[in-house]
Design a protein around this ligand. Structure first.
Ligand SMILES: Cc1cc2nc3c(=O)[nH]c(=O)nc-3n(C[C@H](O)[C@H](O)[C@H](O)COP(=O)(O)O)c2cc1C
Length: 191
């Protein structure tokens, strides 16, 4: 069974990005093992190289590293803050990326290498996080991931994720399904 890690990269309790990733997890279907990296499971401090000798922090980073390492594919949902990804996303990636360098051979693998990634963003702005995802594309590409050309930008998220449920424009709902289909194919190919 293939393992997909979904990372809603917002610390906000009622995050639209979390709701978006829950929706995508359901679309993926039951033949996938879904792992959702949730903000309340870990509290990594702001990255500081001086903290790399703190064993308590490194144990927490290691737990997150293993989740990335085990995944056959990643789905990232990042808010857009001033045209960039959330600092929480960048901070988590910076920590996880360090283990291979500072604790090799215990952590020999680059947990991002050759890993298919689907990027998504839900924002209350009208661009749906297009700029932030350019930033994400650059970061995940740098880490060695296979970033899917297709991505999901949800604009005016407060009108999509309402108290009455999730309401996508029907054409966009079809587009989301096709992108998820492409992601499934890419993951299958690189398993
Ligand atoms: C500091 C800050 C910067 C923001 N910058 C943008 C932006 O550049 N583009 C945009 O569409 N929305 C921007 N927003 C609005 C976010 O899209 C909105 O807060 C969204 O709900 C965040 O995602 P979340 O619901 O998953 O936490 C910004 C919000 C904050 C707090």
């Amino acid at each position: 069974m293939m393992n997909i890690l979904l990372f809603p990269a917002s610390l906000r309790k009622h995050s639209y990005n979390r709701l978006l990733l829950n929706y995508l997890a359901e679309l993926l279907g039951e033949e996938y093992k879904i792992d959702i990296l949730s903000a309340d499971e870990f509290t990594l401090p702001l990255f500081n190289q001086d903290l790399e000798c703190d064993e308590e922090i490194i144990a927490e980073v290691a737990a997150v590293y293993h989740r990335f390492n085990l995944a056959d594919g990643l789905i990232i949902g990042s808010p857009e803050y001033n045209g960039h990804v959330s600092p929480y996303l960048k901070n988590t990636l910076d920590w996880v990326s360090r283990l291979q360098r500072i604790r090799n051979p215990v952590f020999p693998a680059n947990p991002f290498f050759n890993k298919p990634v689907l990027l998504a963003s839900a924002t209350t702005g009208w661009t749906g996080g297009l700029l932030g995802l350019q930033d994400a594309r650059s970061i995940f590409g740098y880490l060695g991931c296979l970033v899917m050309p297709g991505q999901l930008c949800i604009s005016n998220a407060e009108n999509v994720f309402t108290g009455n449920g999730i309401c996508f424009d029907p054409d966009y709902a079809n587009y989301i399904e096709s992108i998820v289909g492409q992601f499934r194919n890419l993951v299958q190919k690189h398993k």
